[in-house]
Each structure stands twice: as C-alpha cells, then as structure tokens.
Design a protein around this ligand. Structure first.
Ligand SMILES: [Zn+2]
Length: 477
C-alpha cells in the first residue's frame, strides 16, 4: 500500500489548490451613490489648451529654464480661476511651487491634491502636430503635458473653481500643491513638505500622479483596473570603477580592467536580488487575482505553494512582473579607454537600481560588492533614495478615493499597486502614511506610450472625467 502514499498526497494537494481557487472570489463591494455634474466643457478645453501653450520645460540646470513660460502659466491661472485665488490662501514656494489652502469647516483632516505642471522636452520633428500649440482636433487635445500631468493640474483647479462658484465650503481644509520641477527631481516638493512639517499639518490623504485606469495589465483580468500606487520603489545609481597603469594594447594581460568589470557585471546579473512579496503586491494579488481566470486563480489563491515557481519564472523573464517582486539592477552606462589601442587607465560601469522591500541603497551596494567578487573594484553611490513606506488602505482617505474612482469609472476594479517610477508625492511619505498615487484618467496602452514620448495627447472626455473625479473627491473629504 506504500506506493499509494505519494499519489494520495498529490491528490489531496490538488484538491486543496482547486478548492482554494474556487473560493477565491471577488470581494463584494457596495455600489457608490451616483452623481453627475453639468460642466462647462468648452471652457475647460479652452483653458487647458492655453496652459499647454506654456513651455514649462524643467531642467536640472536652472540657468537653462525659461522662467518666463512659468510666469505666463501663473498669470493665466490667475485669470482662469479667479474664485480659487479669491477663496484660497496662496503662497509661492521657491521658484515654481504653488501652494493653495482652501479653508474648510475644520482643520483636523486636511487633504492635499497634488500635481506638477513642468514637462519634459520634446523632439518636435517626430511629432505629427506641434507640441505646444494646444491644438484640439477630433475630440483630442494635443501637446506635451496633456497626460503628464497638466491634465490633473487643470482637473484640480477646474473642480475647485466649479465648487467655489456654487458656494461650496469643504468639510476640511483642502490644499493644492503644485510644483514645476518634478521631472528633474527638484527641490520644490521637499520644500512644500517642509512647510507642512513646520506647521504641524498632517494630511489625511494626499493624491498625486501614479497609476491610472487601465486594461490588460494583470494576468487573466480583462476588466478595467484602477491602479492606485500605495508605495514607490527606491532608486539609486551605483558606479563600479577600476584603475590600471594603462599602456599600449599590443601586449595586454589576460584581462583588462574592462574585462574584469564585465565579469563583475555578469556575476551580478546572474545573481538577482532576493524575491520579496511586499504589502502592495500582496494586496494587488488578493484583489485582482480574484477577478482573474481560473488557471491564474489557482496560482494567486495559493501563493504559499506557488511563490517559488513565481520566483523562478520572474528570474528568467525579467520585466514588469519581476520588478514587482525584487530589487532590479540595470547596467546602463560604461566607459573605458578613449582610443582602441590604449589600455584603459580607468574604466567604469554604472547601474540603475530600483529598490524594494527591505533593500536600501547601502545594503544594495553591499550586495553588489559581494556578488561582484573582486575587491579591486571601487563602488560608489551616485545618489539614492530608499523605498517609501506603505500607505494605509484601511482609512477614510482610501475609502473616499475608492468611491470617487468607482463613481467616475464604474466598471473599474480598484486595487493598490507598487510604483516603479519616482514621483513628487514620495516626499509626503515623510509626514503621512496616506499618500495615493493615481492619475485620474483612463489610459490605453497606446496612450501610456505617449507619456514622455511623441504625440502626447488626451481625449476631451478623459479631461471631463478628471474634473468630475476631483469634484467627487473634494465633496467627500
Ligand atoms: Zn509626471
């Protein structure tokens, strides 16, 4: 009978996996109250188009920034949103920060609506239409920044102007925090957070750019998903350098320093960082996994059993799924000799790392050192920021956000996720664990490709949804 033990155990295991997958059903959610608003669609698109005409391109070197374009935008919004400027306290922070406080009945649970209004440069000759003329054609507004992220900038201001005109007074103070140097990781948002900190203001919710309403991003899920970033990976650049006496290339040693560094790169690439399931990813698997096809539900309902398989698959495949579950390393730059026949006196490789879970830039450098396995290599952290804390999904702020999303995109499943990219809102994680990264728009895969790319444009309907979303957020906060 002993020979029956193994098939018996296997059968029990399969039954457990299948039963758990069958029981892994979507959470029941209460339908949010339906509401709609009559907006001045034409006016909104006109104002948005005018703001696109401001070439608010940021640059790490502020000497290269055309501040007149930023000034132009500041003057426009004063004209476009007179009630916002009338009702709210307004202060400028550093060169480009615009901070508003819309006084509410109470101060206890203030919320912060964020956006940056600087944009990245364009390769104008690769665009089908000019990037800074605010052209509206076929129900689309063209221009750099329409998606990233003057759309949310306009949405917040339009929502506030709309409600103030109606005499609406928010229950709690509402802050609008806009920066003009996010794309270059500038000092504005940190300075704004410092003001909050000094004034002892602890936001009950912060909403900034991040995830969006998307399709086809989660295995086995066909419906729309509204992905809300509740944490960001850390980011660091680490350089490995070796030096030698140089010399002529005609009689070299078996390995030049470039060869030795290359070996270190291979060693590191062959030893990826450890697999970690962090809270945002566990929550995402738990929510979206329940909406997945049966085969995937077997996996997501039984991570206790499939984690090692997932780990192996991700190690091999790399890509987005892998990046959700480990610190990644991408060697992006290298330098050596400046002549083909000269041995390099100095050579280097530089890697861009995205940190996750328990990894910090210091511990990541130690890991690289160990795996490189060559003590003649010098390691240097060029800059670094550690992963953010995880924001709560069990609070009023999260529920408000959740409701507002479902009122605006009724078919979307709302789920937390982990952001790979860095955004300004990471600085707010210093003072609150209620920071949510959500770009309030439905974006197709093609539209996501326009961000920082060519032909960036947004549909007018998407713009109206942004405004409605922020009206709903404000009314429920
Ligand atoms: Zn952005």
């Amino acid at each position: 009978m002993w020979w029956l033990i193994f098939p018996g155990i296997l059968l029990v295991l399969i039954i457990i996996l299948v039963v758990r997958a069958i029981l892994f059903k979507p959470y029941t959610i209460t339908e949010p109250v339906k509401n709609d608003f009559e907006l001045d669609n034409e006016g909104i698109m006109h104002r948005f188009s005018e703001l696109i005409k401001c070439k608010t391109i940021s640059d790490r070197d502020t000497a290269k920034v055309n501040f007149a374009e930023f000034e132009k935008l500041h003057n426009l919004i004063k004209n476009f949103y007179p009630n916002v400027f009338y009702k709210c306290d307004f202060e400028k922070v550093l060169d480009t920060g615009l901070l508003f406080r819309w006084p509410g009945d109470k101060k206890e649970e203030p919320i912060v609506l964020m956006s940056h209004y600087d944009v990245v440069p364009v390769n104008e000759d690769q665009w089908d239409k000019p990037a800074f003329e605010g052209i509206i054609e076929n129900n689309e507004l063209w221009g750099r920044g329409t998606l990233d992220t003057k759309g949310t900038f306009v949405g917040i201001l339009e929502a506030a102007e709309f409600l103030i005109k109606q005499g609406y007074v928010p229950k709690n103070d509402i802050y609008f925090s806009f920066s003009g140097d996010e794309e270059v990781a500038g000092p504005t948002c940190p300075a704004i957070v410092e003001l909050f900190s000094k004034r002892n203001i602890i936001p009950a919710m912060v909403i900034d750019e991040g995830g969006a309403v998307v399709e086809g991003v989660f295995p086995g899920v066909k419906s729309q998903c509204a992905l809300v970033g509740i944490a960001e990976k850390g980011i660091t650049d680490i350089r490995m350098t070796m030096k030698s006496g140089g010399g002529h290339a005609s009689a070299p040693m078996p390995h030049t320093i470039l060869g030795q560094l290359s070996q270190a790169v291979v060693n590191i690439e062959n030893n990826p960082f450890k697999f970690q399931l962090t809270p945002p990813v566990i929550k995402m698997f738990d929510i979206l996994g329940r909406h997945s096809s049966f085969i995937f539900r077997i996996i997501f309902a039984n991570l206790w059993c499939f984690s090692p398989v997932l780990n192996m698959m991700c190690k091999k495949s790399g890509g987005e799924l892998n990046a959700l579950m480990r610190t990644t390393v991408a060697f992006t730059m290298a330098s050596g000799s400046n002549a083909t026949n000269v041995l390099p006196p100095k050579a280097s490789f530089t890697a861009n790392l995205r940190l996750l879970g328990n990894d910090t830039y210091d511990s990541a450098m130690e890991y690289l050192k160990k795996k490189a396995d060559n003590d003649k290599i010098e390691f240097e952290i060029i800059h670094g920021s550690n992963p953010t804390i995880y924001s709560s999904t069990d609070c009023k702020g999260w529920n408000t956000l959740n409701n507002s999303i479902r009122q605006t995109w009724p078919d979307a499943i709302v789920s937390p996720y982990l952001m790979f990219a860095a955004s300004d809102s990471r600085h707010f994680c210093r003072i609150t664990d209620k920071v949510y990264k959500f770009s309030a728009m439905h974006l197709t895969k093609q539209e996501r490709g326009y961000i920082h790319g060519n032909n960036e444009r947004i549909s007018c309907d998407a713009v109206y949804d942004i405004v409605k979303f922020y009206i709903r957020v404000i009314k429920q906060s």
